[in-house]
Design a protein around this ligand. Structure first.
Ligand code: NCD
Length: 304
């Protein structure tokens, strides 16, 4: 890739770009431990208009491990955007004067793209509404590669809220670059957007939709669980109707392949029973660390 500038949608990247990010991530494993000074003097601003634990802290940890500095807000209510009604454009025009890269999470679809249009410095999308979460997809791919040794040829089930879950949108599109088999399992009303299914099929992926978690967990290499995105439901009664429907229990793990892995972008609410955590298949807390590694690679490719 030419020098990477913004990362707004996973579709901004080619397969070669993604492979380069994953290869650079592998190189970051030792740098993450030793630390480096290669981004000394660079500043990363994190603008989080929505709650976050892992995404913001892993970006910050990544920048610090590369010797860079961080600033930002995590609570929109204390920023002028929340407290005084400043527009996103004006917030960006301000923050670009303080930093070298902006990492933004916002509740509106299209927000990161809009921010990039106004920004003279690179913008990274850390979650735009229910639309996309491209850096999560990169860390998911990296986790799969690290755990299974490859991405091409694997089979994966995407389970849970495939309608409002932005991580599965980005991951689904990213998987289109690889020769994989995909099962989609969602409660009624939360199916994957048809446009993304079409995209995957057009790319030659074998995609099937199943109705139950039991069918989803069988005969796959990766079970990717997601939280029902309560905050995105226009009517809470629709949430109540699906809440608790897709719960991964110990007995479901018993039906999985011995060497299968369970991933989850986290946070978890009740969709994976805590007893599952101690099974060898449970890899979601290891996956968290890969977020630091892949974000180090991204920051290096954008700022280095
Ligand atoms: C996800 C998100 O914000 O979309 N969290 C994360 O960044 N790991 C998933 C979720 O909130 O369910």
């Amino acid at each position: 890739m030419g020098r990477l500038r913004n990362l707004i949608s996973i579709q901004d990247l080619t397969r070669e770009d993604i492979d380069l990010i994953l290869d650079t991530s592998a190189k970051m494993e030792s740098v993450a431990v030793k630390r480096s000074k290669e981004l000394e003097g660079k500043i990363m601003a994190t603008l989080f208009f929505e709650p976050s634990t892992r995404t913001r802290l892993s970006f910050e940890s990544a920048m610090i491990r590369l010797g860079g500095s961080i600033l930002g807000f995590a609570d929109v209510a204390t920023s002028s955007a929340g407290g005084k009604g400043e527009t996103l454009a004006d917030t960006i025009r301000t923050v670009e004067r303080y930093a070298d890269v902006i990492v933004i999470r916002h509740n509106l679809d299209g927000s990161a793209r809009l921010a990039a249009e106004f920004s003279r410095i690179p913008v990274i999308n850390a979650g735009s509404g229910s639309e996309e979460h491209p850096t999560q997809a990169l860390l998911d791919l990296y986790s799969i590669r690290k755990l299974k040794g490859k991405i091409d040829g694997i089979s994966i089930s995407l389970c849970g809220d495939l309608k409002y879950g932005r991580t599965v949108h980005s991951l689904g599109m990213a998987l289109s670059y690889y020769g994989v088999t995909v099962k989609l399992a969602a409660p009624p009303g939360l199916r994957m957007k048809p446009a993304i299914i079409d995209e995957m099929k057009k790319a030659g992926l074998r995609v099937t939709e199943v109705d139950t978690l039991e069918e989803a967990v069988k005969d796959v290499d990766v079970v990717y669980m997601t939280r029902i995105q309560k905050e995105r439901f226009p009517d809470v009664r629709d949430y109540d109707a699906v809440q608790g429907k897709f719960r991964l229990r110990l007995q479901d793990v018993g039906m999985m392949r011995q060497d299968a892995v369970i991933l989850h972008p986290l946070p978890r609410v009740d969709e994976i029973e805590p007893e599952v955590d101690k099974t060898p298949q449970a890899k979601y807390f290891d996956q968290v660390y890969n977020g630091v590694i892949t974000r180090m690679a991204l920051l290096r490719l954008i700022l280095g």
